[in-house]
Design a protein around this ligand. Structure first.
Ligand code: NAD
Length: 447
């Protein structure tokens, strides 16, 4: 993807963040919620940067429709003016739009900025928003490399503003059930974990059609996608990672293809390619992406077999935690079905969970659980998760963030430390693959 109008270069970002860097006081273990000090009845002034599919839907239209009693969308920003104009209309927003972030903040005076841009630009906007006096809610991954991660931690410390990371997977029913089972002590102390995640040939392939297929934009799936999984594991175990070793390969997409084109829409292999995807049948995506292509050449239906794709689709990672737990994790991106299987080995038994995520998200997920006590029998159960964005998780998370009314007994609210610890496993895994050695987390960032 080549960008004509990108206001933030990486060099510019690094020079700003280096200037902002400060020494190390330790961060709180979890964020108390960025609106804790908000007076009852106050309407929160919210601005959003990144009006793509996630920004315009979950953090745009949904907020405007469901949270008008607690917040007002005061400004929208995106580097692509055509996408921005369509997104504003789609959201039903009444606020002004901007391609200049600083100008948006100056003119609309938001209290909170929501960051939903392409991953590699999150850190720049998170830091800038805090510099300009705003709290931040950011989509995952909080950042895509170690320097950006450090800059966020340092800027938060220096400005006293707060970052919330929207880890919606913590709110899905099966994730909660796993957490509660581990907390009950039924399998004793966890000693090791087997965690295998499967992305299917539809959802998995979608990452190879877009900017996600390039490390420079997404940090690879080890960061972009696996940040969810590492965050879940850190939260499930109440543990912090120390060391990471990884292997990765590109075995299906990218250079492996025997046929290729620039994009599906104009592809001569439409009838023979298994991965052909027809964006023209979706009016919303045509408006959001295809009609805005003239501004930044962002092709939403680019070929999954582009030779330049430089991320992995086959990944294995070992993680050592501070409490001596070890985890074996794998991520495969061209599977026939989607979901995960996780097994916790404990001193008194084992917890197995097998989760099938059917797409589209509105179809309930299915999860099977087995708790087996050593020298005892197995207890099995099933749950069928609710509908709505990401199995109902998006809505519960937003209620907790914006209405601040749910007790946080499971410590699901996530701040910059949780954001950092999850991406750092992925960044360390990426460095480990690139350099062929294990990486310690504290080689990357000073927490
Ligand atoms: N938590 C979840 O489950 C979940 C689900 C989907 C997406 N996401 C996250 O949401 C974010 C957006 O994903 P998406 O699928 O909407 O992507 P997208 O490509 O549809 O949208 C990204 C938007 O950012 C804009 N943009 C790019 N560079 C910019 C810059 N420098 N300044 C301003 N705007 C810029 C693009 O023009 C585009 O409109 C990603 O970080 C992704 O990881 C999270």
């Amino acid at each position: 993807m080549t960008k004509k109008t990108n206001p933030w270069s990486r060099r510019e970002f690094l020079s700003t963040s280096a200037a902002a860097a400060l020494g190390a006081a330790s961060l709180p273990l979890w964020s108390p919620g960025i609106f804790a000090s908000r007076a009852q009845g106050d309407i929160l002034r919210v601005a959003l940067v990144g009006t793509g599919i996630r920004g315009s839907s979950t953090w745009g239209r949904t907020l405007i429709q469901r949270y008008a009693d607690v917040l007002e969308m005061v400004g929208l920003c995106d580097s692509n003016p055509k996408r921005l104009a369509y997104a504003k209309q789609y959201m039903g927003a009444a606020c002004p739009t901007f391609t200049d972030f600083d100008r948006m903040i100056r003119e609309t005076q938001p209290q909170v900025v929501i960051v939903t841009t392409t991953d590699c630009f999150h850190a720049k906007y998170i830091c800038r928003a805090m510099e300009l006096g705003c709290d931040v809610i950011t989509e995952k991954p909080m950042a895509t490399d170690e320097e950006m991660c450090q800059a966020i931690l340092d800027t938060e410390r220096r400005t006293g503003r707060k970052v919330t990371v929207s880890f919606n997977y913590r709110y899905s029913p099966e994730a909660v059930k796993i957490k509660e089972t581990l907390m009950s002590g039924e399998i004793g102390q966890v000693t090791s974990v087997d965690f295998n995640y499967y992305l299917d040939v539809f959802h998995g392939a979608s990452y190879f059609r877009r900017w996600h297929g390039f490390k420079q934009f997404s940090g690879s799936l080890l960061v972009h996608k696996a940040t969810h999984h590492y965050d879940l594991m850190n939260w499930w175990l109440s543990a912090e990672p120390l060391e990471v070793n990884a292997h990765g390969a590109l075995r299906k997409y990218g250079h492996n293809g025997t046929i290729r084109s620039q994009r599906c829409m104009t592809c001569p292999h439409k009838d023979s390619c298994e991965f052909f995807w027809d964006i023209t049948t979706n009016e919303h995506l045509m408006n959001l992406y295809v009609k805005a292509e003239s501004e930044d050449n962002y092709l939403r239906d680019a070929c999954v077999f582009r030779k330049k794709i430089n991320i992995w689709d086959t990944m294995n990672v070992q993680v050592k935690y501070h409490n001596r737990v070890t985890m074996s994790y794998s991520l495969n991106a061209f599977m026939p079905y989607e979901g995960y299987s996780v097994g916790f080995n404990g001193t008194k038994g084992r917890l197995d969970a097998r989760v099938y995520h059917q797409t589209p998200w509105e179809i309930p997920a299915l999860a099977e659980f087995r708790v087996t006590r050593n020298f005892g029998s197995s207890r099995t159960s099933n749950i069928s998760a609710g509908g709505g964005g990401h199995w109902g998780a998006d809505g519960i998370m937003q209620d907790q963030i914006f209405r601040d009314m749910l007790p946080d007994s499971l410590a699901r609210r996530a701040g910059s430390r949780q954001g950092a610890l999850s991406i750092l496993i992925g960044i360390a895994a990426r460095r480990s693959i690139e350099q062929g050695r294990p990486f310690k987390i504290d080689e990357l960032v000073k927490l």
